[in-house]
Write a protein that binds this ligand. Structure first.
Ligand SMILES: C[S@@+](CC[C@H](N)C(=O)[O-])C[C@H]1O[C@@H](n2cnc3c(N)ncnc32)[C@H](O)[C@@H]1O
Length: 262
């Protein structure tokens, strides 16, 4: 799972106080030049990012809720008509509480939050959780994004080690549990999304993902939603109630109770 090389470091080209903070939090040496090989974190004037010394032509992976692809997705993503929202049961008058048990870089979770959901996201890789936490801190003073602080909460932890306990500790009773574990990629997929390559190198392939479904079905009051590549087999071989199939992805929906409006 965690395949960060022992020589991993946090690089900062200037004296940013938060670089020190993250170096201490993540127990990484803070240095000023890039390592010769492997994955590392950098801290610069745009915040924390994940880089790979062996893949210098690929831009570092950053989380930014106020600009770039994320801002575009929030503005142009299709609102409640997009497949993710439909899969999670959002409709006029229905805005469920969602536990995202495989948060990753929080794109899906933040889209759901922007549509009005209360969302708790759990991420087990400390570097990934740090990338999201740093991004949240950077937008904390942006009033147009105040809904993020109001409705989204990040928890660092492993969902297979007690998803229910983590949710209870945050006093959160999810109506929907959302799962999007990493899926072993084909070469073609890896070439298309180059920046995902080193994200995959970092977090691994989530080979224990099957364990999540049972816990999710116990915890969700209304439905469990699993995102899969379009033609992938069902998670843990369990047939969903129904699926929403898009161009690249499929959402498998395990319906427990019907979501009602207020
Ligand atoms: C494919 S990514 C999720 C992408 C996410 N949906 C997004 O929109 O950015 C999968 C993430 O789930 C995390 N993960 C996998 N199993 C987990 C578990 N048991 N507990 C917490 N996080 C987990 C991995 O570390 C990885 O960051």
């Amino acid at each position: 799972m965690c395949v960060v090389t022992p020589s991993s470091v946090l690089v900062s080209s200037a004296n940013f106080p938060l670089a020190n903070f993250w170096a201490e939090q993540l127990n990484l040496p803070l240095v000023t030049s890039e390592p010769a090989a492997g994955l590392y974190l950098i801290y610069d004037d745009q915040g924390l990012a994940l880089a790979h010394a062996d893949l210098p032509s690929i831009h570092p992976v950053r989380v930014d809720f106020s600009a770039g692809a994320m801002a575009h997705r929030l503005q142009q993503g299709g609102g409640r008509g997009q497949a993710l929202a439909k899969a999670c049961g959002l409709k006029a008058g229905i805005t469920p509480r969602v536990l995202d048990a495989t948060l990753g870089l929080a794109t899906d979770a933040v889209v759901l939050t922007s549509l009005g959901c209360q969302v708790v996201g759990i991420e087990r890789h400390p570097w990934v959780a740090a990338l999201v936490q740093d991004a949240l801190q950077r937008v904390a003073s942006i009033s147009e994004l105040s809904w993020l602080e109001e409705r989204f909460q990040l928890l660092a932890g492993d969902s297979t080690q007690g998803m229910a306990a983590l949710a209870a500790a945050a006093s959160f009773k999810p109506q929907v549990v959302y799962l999007d574990p990493m899926f072993p990629s084909s070469e073609k997929t890896a070439q298309v999304k180059k920046e995902m390559r080193f994200f995959r190198d970092l977090v691994g392939q989530d080979l224990d993902a099957g364990l999540l479904l049972e816990q999710a079905l116990d915890l969700a009051s209304h439905r469990v939603v699993v995102k899969r590549p379009r033609i992938a087999p069902e998670l843990a071989g369990k047939k969903p109630t129904f699926s929403l199939v898009g161009k690249a992805n499929r959402f498998d929906i395990y319906a427990l109770h019907s979501l009602q409006g207020k």
